[in-house]
Design a protein around this ligand. Structure first.
Ligand SMILES: *Cc1c(COP(=O)(O)O)cnc(C)c1O
Length: 391
C-alpha cells in the first residue's frame, strides 16, 4: 500500500519493491522504504485501538499491496508484563518483560516469517529455503503450511529435537547438517538457483526485518507512545534489533514518537559473541566467531550479514553489548520463571543475566524503565533447561 522501494543498506541504491530480491549488488541487506507521510495520513495512533491484536495492525507500514495477501497465524501484539516480583529481586522498580514466547510456534521468529512468507508468495516464490539455528525453521514450516507453499529447512544436527519435529510435523523437508547455521546457509546459497528455491535467510531477504520491526511499534504503543529507557535483546542475526531501530525512525517521521530512544543492549553467549567482541573493539563489522557453542541455539550465529547495522544501532542508541555464560543464562531462565510464571527460552534468561551485569557496572539506574525480551518459549529447550534445577 505505502511501500515505495527497497534500498541497499550500504550504498542507498534503489530496488524494485514488486520483484523477489535477496542481497543487493554489493552483498548488503535491502531495507523496505515507505511513503511515511502518506502512511501517517492513512493511519493515526488513535485508529489502532480498533485494530486486531496482531502485528498486521500496522499494515500501512508493512510490505503488502492488499490485506488479502497476508499469511498470518495471529502473530504479534504480545504482552509487556510489569514484572514487579522479578524487579524487586533484581533491584529495579520498572522492570518489564515483552513475552514473545506467546507467538505462534513459540517464538518471535513468527513475526519475521509471517512477513517474509507473505511477501515471497505475493512476489511469485514457489519454494522457500531456510538455514536455521532452530526457531526460524519451525516458523517457516508453519507459515509455509498455512499458505500451501513447499519449504526446505537446513538445521544443525545437534539442534534440540523439538525444532526438527516441529518442521517435519508441519510438512517441511528437513535436512540435518553436521555444522552450524553458517554451514546451513552455505548449502542454501549453493543449491538455491539450481533447485529454484527462494532463500529466506535472515536479512538476506528484505522482509523478515519488517515483521520483527513491529516489536518496536508495539513497545511504543504499549508504553503510551513513549519508549522505555533500556531494551535488552538476545542477539543472533540481529533482525529484531535492526528492525526495532528502524521502527523507531519510521514512527518519528510519522509524528508518532519524539526523538528519545532507548539504550539498546545486545546480549550474546560467551561461546558465541561476535557482536560483543566487535562492539568492544570499536569495529564496524564483526569477524566470524570460531567454534560457536551455546545451549541458547538462537544465539549460535557465528556471523551475521547485518553486523554493521546492529553495531551502528547499539552505538547510536548509547547502548552496549554484553556476553553471559551458558550457566548464567540457564540459571536466570529459572529465576525469571520462579518470579514471573513465564517459562522462558534460554535466550530470555540471557537478558536477565545481562541486566545483572549492567547493574554491577552501574550502567542502568534502579528506577529506569527496562524491557527484557523473552524471545522464545522454554518448552522447546527442555534438554538445556533441565540443567540447573535443584531436585
Ligand atoms: C533467533 C532467535 C534469537 C536471535 O534473534 P535475532 O533477531 O536473529 O538476533 C533470539 N532468541 C530466540 C529464541 C531466537 O529464536
Amino acid at each position: 500500500m505505502f511501500m515505495t522501494h527497497l534500498e541497499c543498506a550500504r550504498t542507498g541504491q534503489h530496488y524494485d519493491a514488486d520483484a523477489l530480491h535477496n542481497l543487493s549488488e554489493v552483498g548488503a541487506p535491502l531495507l523496505a522504504r515507505y511513503d511515511l507521510e502518506k502512511a501517517a495520513a492513512a493511519l493515526s495512533r488513535e485508529q489502532l485501538r480498533d485494530r486486531p491484536a496482531n502485528m498486521w495492525r500496522y499494515r500501512e507500514v508493512m510490505p503488502i499491496s492488499t490485506p488479502e495477501e497476508i499469511v498470518s497465524l495471529g502473530e504479534g501484539f504480545t504482552p509487556v508484563h510489569h514484572t514487579t516480583r522479578l524487579g524487586q529481586w533484581a533491584g529495579f522498580s520498572q522492570l518489564y518483560i515483552k513475552d514473545e514466547s506467546l507467538n505462534p510456534t513459540g517464538s518471535f521468529k513468527a513475526r519475521g516469517l509471517s512477513a517474509a512468507v507473505t511477501a515471497a508468495k505475493a512476489r511469485g516464490a514457489t519454494k522457500l529455503a531456510i538455514p536455521t539455528a532452530g526457531n526460524a525453521g519451525g516458523a517457516l514450516s508453519a507459515y509455509a503450511a498455512t499458505c500451501g507453499l513447499p519449504a526446505i529447512v537446513f538445521m544443525p544436527r545437534d539442534t534440540p529435537s523439538a525444532f526438527a519435529i516441529e518442521c517435519q510435523s508441519c510438512g517441511a523437508e528437513l535436512e540435518l547438517v553436521d555444522g552450524l547455521i553458517s554451514d546451513c546457509g552455505k548449502i542454501v546459497g549453493e543449491r538455491k538457483e539450481k533447485e529454484g528455491w527462494f532463500d529466506v535467510s535472515t536479512l538476506k531477504e528484505p522482509y523478515r526485518v519488517e515483521g520483527k520491526k513491529t516489536m518496536g511499534y508495539e513497545l511504543a504503543e504499549q508504553f503510551a507512545w513513549t519508549l522505555p529507557d533500556v531494551v535488552i535483546y538476545p542477539t543472533g542475526g540481529g533482525t529484531g534489533l535492526i528492525g526495532m531501530w528502524k521502527a523507531f525512525a519510521e514512527m518519528e517521521k510519522m509524528g508518532w514518537i519524539g526523538s528519545a530512544r532507548p539504550r539498546m543492549v545486545s546480549v550474546q553467549a560467551e561461546g558465541c559473541a561476535p557482536i560483543v567482541r566487535a562492539f568492544a573493539q570499536g569495529d564496524e563489522t564483526a569477524e566470524l566467531w570460531q567454534d560457536a557453542a551455546t545451549v541458547a541455539s538462537g544465539l549460535r550465529v557465528p556471523g551475521a550479514v547485518g553486523d554493521f547495522l546492529m553495531l551502528r544501532a547499539l552505538r547510536e542508541s548509547g547502548g552496549t553489548a554484553v556476553a553471559v555464560s551458558d550457566e548464567e543464562l540457564v540459571e536466570h531462565s529459572h529465576t525469571i520463571a520462579a518470579h514471573t510464571g513465564i517459562f522462558p527460552a534460554p535466550e530470555g534468561g540471557a537478558t536477565l543475566a545481562a541486566l545483572l551485569k549492567l547493574k554491577e557496572q552501574g550502567l542502568v539506574d534502579k528506577d529506569e524503565r527496562v524491557v527484557l525480551f523473552n524471545t522464545g518459549s522454554g518448552y522447546k529447550y527442555l534438554e538445556a533447561l533441565s540443567g540447573g534445577l535443584v531436585s
